[in-house]
Structure formats: structure tokens, C-alpha cells
Design a protein around this ligand. Sequence first.
Ligand code: SF4
Length: 386
Amino acid sequence: MDLLNTLVDKGLRRELPTREEALAVLATSDDDLLDVVAAAGKVRRQWFGRRVKLNYLVNLKSGLCPEDCSYCSQRLGSKAEILKYTWLKPDEASQAAAAGVAGGAKRVCLVASGRGPTDRDVDRVAQTIAAVKEQNEGVEVCACLGLLTDGQAERLRGAGADAYNHNLNTSEATYADITKTHTYADRVDTVRKAHAAGLSACSGLIAGMGESDEDLVDVVFSLRELDPDSVPVNFLIPFEGTPLAKEWNLTPQRCLRILAMVRFVCPDIEVRIAGGREVHLRSMQPLALNIANSIFLGDYLTSEGQAGKADLEMIADAGFEIEGTDQVTLPAHRVDADAAAGCGSHDGGGCGPCGSGEPAAKADEARTDLVAVRRRGAGTDLAPNA
Ligand code: SF4
């Protein structure tokens, strides 16, 4: 297929595809799907070998958010019966993080619900970062605390954070349809602040919110322009009790095409399969490892993932290997560029569950049976899943 040969050539040269080429990936047929995965796999292996980076989420503060992001179970007015708790103490967060690290995670993502941190919250998170780093030698820490004000990114960097996650989520054109309490420009501003402070920028998207193929391509091209080190690709978990509860419009095939499109646009960037992996890719998860080089281990912020042990077995069975703390995630040219820009050599992380154009596969049926609210780990007395 000419399209795929062109995209592989471009990906191996780190050359941006055209918008038309990216759209064409989303429009491929089910008959071509394995060829699409194989082509994206060539680009993935060129820059990331067969390594899979494991990231572990710790929800520092859950629910009760004043923002209205319609995809989020923690939003203002959410009726989802999620765990709700205020800030974990540093040692509680560190204990949860240690379970993830013991399970093979090299990055811990410290996430808090809310519009953004107060300066007092930043102090609190600074203590948590110190506790996590003290207990887990060599671990990377990514903070995900919402919109940042001036100086906060620098303080987090000074406290030892390696990365900052803030997702763009969807295209600029549709942003106001999913959130009214802040803007797309606010989100871009925070990613830029993190970047400028020398934090590794992590920023991604959520697919399955009713967006068009054009919206998906728009957001991925916008992400690429922001030059993050990592791009988490979330597949909407339509939580009962949120405005998007009925948006069951993804199929495993569609998810694979979306991941492949992201890989072609971001060939040498860490592409992470984030929230919704088990719910939407289901038994196709191992195939997706041929495209993405990073996943979350265990549970998500407010929902349960498959058992951490099953994640590890899946990676081994598919012929991939867990990336160790002694291995650098990003290709040398990106690490060198960061170092030259004074940004250090760390790489990026992500948080949270956070289209039209079904070319061949029909829209998915509601799989509410696959959505389980998290009832273990951080904020509970039960052991974390890792
Ligand atoms: S995504 Fe973040 S800011 Fe938006 S409602 Fe959820 S917790 Fe709040």
C-alpha cells in the first residue's frame, strides 16, 4: 500500500506526514488493519525497539473537582460513584507508588483533581515527590495537578519532578463542547509553562468523545507542535453519571487506527496507551503494543485496570520487554536536544481517563460490564493493583 510505505519512510526519517495522510490512516479498512499495525510497528521499533515503559498512577486527591470536563468522573456534578478523598499524605502516596515500582513501573504519575494547585498544594506535592524519590531510587516522577500559574512549574522542577502532564484532550474547535470552565488556550499555556521550566512535557488526547477524524488529526498535530516527550492516548471510559455516559463509539479496530495515526505523526515520541485500554482494545491490547511503547500498569485514577500481573504477562507473551530504569526511553537525538536546550534528559508521563468516521467496523456496543470503579489502592485500606 503506497500510503503505508510513504508513512514508514517518513517515520524512519522523523518527517511529519501530511494531514491528508494522517486522515487516510483513520479511513483504512479492516482488511488493511494488520498492514497498518505492521507499518506503525516498523516506526515504533526503529525508535523504541521492543521496550515497553510502565507508568503508575497515584491519585493524590480524588473527585470533588469544580471544573466541568464532561468526560471526567471527578467533575463538578458527577454522579459516578467513585472514591472521593482529599490529599493523601506523602507517606501514603509513597507507599502506593512503591507498589507500582515493585511491579516494574519506572515512572510514577502523581495526579490531583482540581482546576490547578494553590501554592500550598505545590508545597504539599513537593513533600510527596521527596518521599516517593527517597523510597524508590531512580524512579521518575510526573506531576499532573491541572492548570499552573507563573512560577509553579519551576517550583515543581526544583522539588525534583521530572515531568508534568497536562492533556489537550481534543481539537481547539471542539474544546468548548466538552469543557466550559477553562479553555483550550489555558491548557496549551500550562504545557508551555512546564516545557519552559525544564520539565519533560507530557500531553495527550482522549478519543471517543464524538469527535470527527479531522478533530483527532487536529489535536495530534497540535500536540506535535508543542513538542512533548510523551503523548498519552486515552480512550473514553463512558462513566455512568457523566454527560458522556452514552458515548460508546469506539471499536478495537478504531483504537488501533488512532494509535497508528499518532505514531506516524509522533514517530520518536513516547506514545502511551492510557485510560480505556482494557475497555476498548480488549483482546487486541497485545497488537497495540506494536504501535505504542508505553502503558499504565494496574489501575487508573478512578477505574480499575486489569491485574498488574496480567499486564506483565501480556507484554512477555507478545514478545516485548519491560523498560528498565537503566534504559533511556527516548531516542538519543531527542535526549541530546533536550540537554542542549537545558531541559535535562528526562522524558514524559500522563494522567487520567483523560469520532466520527467508522470506516468499516460498526459502532461499539456499550460495555459497561468492563467498567469497574476503583475500590482499592490509594485512598483505601486495600492493597494497590500493581
Ligand atoms: S479532568 Fe481534571 S480538571 Fe477536569 S473535571 Fe476532571 S479532575 Fe477536574
